[in-house]
Design a protein around this ligand. Structure first.
Ligand SMILES: *Cc1c(COP(=O)(O)O)cnc(C)c1O
Length: 378
């Protein structure tokens, strides 16, 4: 019996064609033709005034921490139920992640807990759009405005998702996307920073280009380029951008196909949810999502672990996440929590992710049949 993997990157078929084109052009460093195509596409899709390609979402978050001017001891409010990069980007600047609990429905940061976590040291709020389903951004933006805080969206999982009609990544002041091969639209490693505050655009370009005003030089705005600020190299080469160009052109179709797979799971587990055996994902009102993942919430950690093991024995790879950041060794050292995080702990124990990749095809029927049998359904 073939193992059904948890993830399998989808290739559109055009990747090598564009990579060959970049090779033929002989322009391999960053910010060439394909980078321009991809960033223009991102700007057009999202309506953000500026999209900059980066090596990864991690790099985009690091740029955001620099743009937010995080100083040692500055606090950044975020969920503990997230990937390490959300926190690390700020820890690298000496910032202190302050974790608050999540909502029981979307597993996103609970916006009702944010205001009480604000102190005079708070600089920013980092909502993470878990599974590509939006956080309650209207409330979060209103809190940020009242306290003069920057909002940096970790939209790593949220490419092509919307909140009240607007693309994730464009609702906060800065938005971070991932094109890692485990995401929906991919370039192996890759990411982008959306800069929704026009006054931050120039500094973002400089930080990304080793602290030089090289971007202005290429636009003819200065007659030579020089070292003007701190910075690093955050731009991907053209071969990565060429790969990504093949993917972004298919983004709508990829999303539609993933949504069909997601819905098939959702329909298949409705009866087990009704029977009280599990809980299915909840899509908040006003949100359209990108089917980044399909997860189930089982009874407890023991139930979840037994399910993963039994699925593996049947040749189906399922995974769980996250180990809450506040309970990890570096989280205990470098961050603090605001209050208890009971839902973070509970959900991380109960959650299991099912295989969801574009070419899953008929293997999905086997996943569904096996899961339903193991969970005591039909
Ligand atoms: C994948 C992911 C990241 C990191 O993305 P990379 O492109 O691999 O750096 C950050 N945050 C969240 C929530 C993610 O899911």
């Amino acid at each position: 019996m073939d193992m059904i993997p948890f993830n399998k990157p989808h290739l559109t078929g055009k990747e090598l064609h564009y990579i060959a084109e970049a090779h033929a052009l002989g322009q391999l460093a960053g910010d060439g033709q394909f980078t321009r195509y991809c960033s223009q596409w991102l700007e057009q899709q999202s309506g953000s005034p500026k999209a900059l390609l980066t090596h990864s979402c991690t790099a985009a978050l690091e740029m955001a921490a620099l743009l937010a001017d995080i100083q040692p001891g500055d606090e950044v409010i975020m969920p503990s139920f997230t990937f390490v990069s959300t926190a690390n980007a700020f820890v690298l600047r000496g910032g202190v992640p302050v974790f608050v609990d999540i909502r029981p429905d979307t597993l996103n940061i609970d916006e009702r807990l944010i205001e009480a976590a604000i102190t005079p040291r708070t600089k920013a709020i980092v909502p993470v759009h878990y599974a590509g389903v939006a956080c309650e951004m209207d409330t979060i933006m209103a809190i940020a405005a009242r306290h003069n805080l920057l909002v940096i969206e970790d939209a790593a999982q949220g490419v092509m998702s919307r909140y009240k009609g607007r693309m994730l990544g464009t609702l906060g002041h800065l938005g971070c996307y991932s094109f890692h091969e485990t995401k929906n639209v991919i370039s192996g490693e890759g990411g982008a920073l959306l800069i929704n505050l026009p006054e931050l655009v120039q500094r973002a370009e400089i930080l990304r280009e080793k602290g030089t005003n090289r971007s202005q030089f290429f636009r003819g705005q200065v007659d030579k380029y020089t070292w003007v600020d701190m910075g690093s190299s955050y731009l991907p080469g053209e071969l990565i951008a060429a790969f990504l160009w093949a993917q972004v052109q298919e983004a709508e179709a990829i999303t539609a196909q993933r949504l069909a797979l997601w819905q098939r799971y959702h329909d298949a587990f409705a009866a087990l949810e009704q029977a009280g055996r599990l809980r299915r994902p909840i899509i908040a009102e006003g949100c359209t999502h990108n089917a980044h993942m399909y997860y189930l919430l089982l009874r407890d950690g023991q139930d979840r672990d037994a399910f993963i093991q039994a699925m593996r024995a049947e040749g189906i790879a399922c995974v769980f996440h996250y180990v809450p950041l506040h309970s990890a060794p570096q989280g205990r050292r470098a961050a603090r929590t605001h209050g208890e995080l009971p839902l973070t702990l509970e959900m991380s124990e109960r959650l299991v992710r099912l295989p969801l990749w574009l070419d899953l095809g008929e293997a999905q029927a086997r996943v569904i049949a096996t899961a339903c049998r193991l969970l005591g359904g039909a």
